[in-house]
Design a binder for this molecule. Structure first.
Ligand SMILES: [Zn+2]
Ligand SMILES: [Zn+2]
Length: 303
């Protein structure tokens, strides 16, 4: 890049967080190592795409398919988990049209786990470069804009589903920060009501359930012991327990639709990078899956 000081990319922040969580969460070390390879390749793609001055959604889709998709396949084959590396070989031997895989994924159609990884890893940098024009890429792929009733639960920038929910750090320690959802496709954030299901819009307190690590909700600290279960009100007033491994991450689940989303509380961990914390918090996702809860959007690894 030109200039004496190269601007930090969002990928640099994600890499730093991946390294930190690799140390903190040893169970995720193997995945973290692979994610570091993916982020490095995505950062190169992001910088190149920004310099390519892509002017239309269709051009962006073609660029992701021809310039980034093959590189992500190479990274997955060289560094991915064994099953993924094998799967990539099978996908490539079938000689697919990467643009068709990308378009199918953007339309929300069912694709294989390996195709999901390749499409998402390849589209991400281009969608982030397109920013406010990200919807042009999705429109070029034939994706449909969500209806008015569902619009708040989808990204205003690219119409994608939320990956993770975020509580911003609040300047006032006694006031919890506002909630946002972060897009699974373009990483944009948009404000969202705290006590509302991000999948179906349910707002009834008795239908919403929060699972958090024991010792991380204020109700426990004040004597009302809760084991992985709390009312939204109790959780909203929560404070972090010093020894908690997942003190800043919790599961927000909905009995109405049986979907869940992880919420990352940046007030409790200012270094958090929600998409990375969501990706590496494997025990919480296993816990949710054991309970029969489904994710709104699978993460990069298709989980
Ligand atoms: Zn988006
Ligand atoms: Zn719901």
């Amino acid at each position: 890049m030109n200039g004496a000081v190269a601007a930090a990319t969002p990928f640099e922040t994600r890499r730093t967080r991946t390294l930190a969580l690799r140390d903190r969460w040893p169970f995720a070390a193997e995945l973290a190592n692979f994610v570091l390879h993916v982020l490095a390749a995505q950062e190169r793609a992001f910088v190149a795409a920004a310099e390519a001055h892509i002017d239309t959604g269709a051009a962006a889709l073609r660029y992701a398919a021809s310039e980034i998709f093959p590189e992500m396949a190479r990274v997955a084959a060289a560094h991915g988990p064994h099953a993924m590396a094998l799967g990539v070989q099978n996908v490539l031997e079938a000689r697919p049209d990467p643009e068709q895989i990308l378009a199918a994924w953007l339309r929300g159609e069912q694709v294989s786990a390996v195709e999901h990884f390749l499409a998402r890893a390849a589209a991400g940098p281009v969608l982030e470069v397109m920013g406010r024009r990200a919807a042009d890429v999705c429109a070029a792929a034939g994706a449909v804009r969500p209806g008015e009733d569902a619009a708040r639960r989808h990204c205003p920038q690219c119409w994608g589903p939320p990956q993770v929910s975020v509580f911003d750090a609040s300047p006032d320690a006694l006031v919890t920060g506002r909630r946002s959802l972060e897009c699974a496709r373009c990483a944009a954030r948009w404000p969202f009501a705290r006590l509302t299901c991000a999948a179906c819009g349910e707002t009834g307190n008795r239908m919403l359930e929060i699972f958090a690590e024991e010792g991380t909700l204020e109700s426990e600290m004040t004597g009302h012991r809760v084991r992985g279960r709390a009312t939204p009100e109790a959780a909203a007033a929560s404070v972090a327990a010093p020894q908690a491994r997942f003190g800043h991450v919790r599961i927000d689940a909905c009995h109405a639709c049986r979907y869940y989303i992880l919420t990352v509380d940046a007030g409790r961990d200012p270094q958090a990078v929600p998409a990375i914390d969501d990706l590496l918090a494997l025990p919480l996702h296993l816990y949710a899956a054991d309970g029969g809860w489904r994710r709104i959007a699978p993460n990069l690894m298709g989980l």
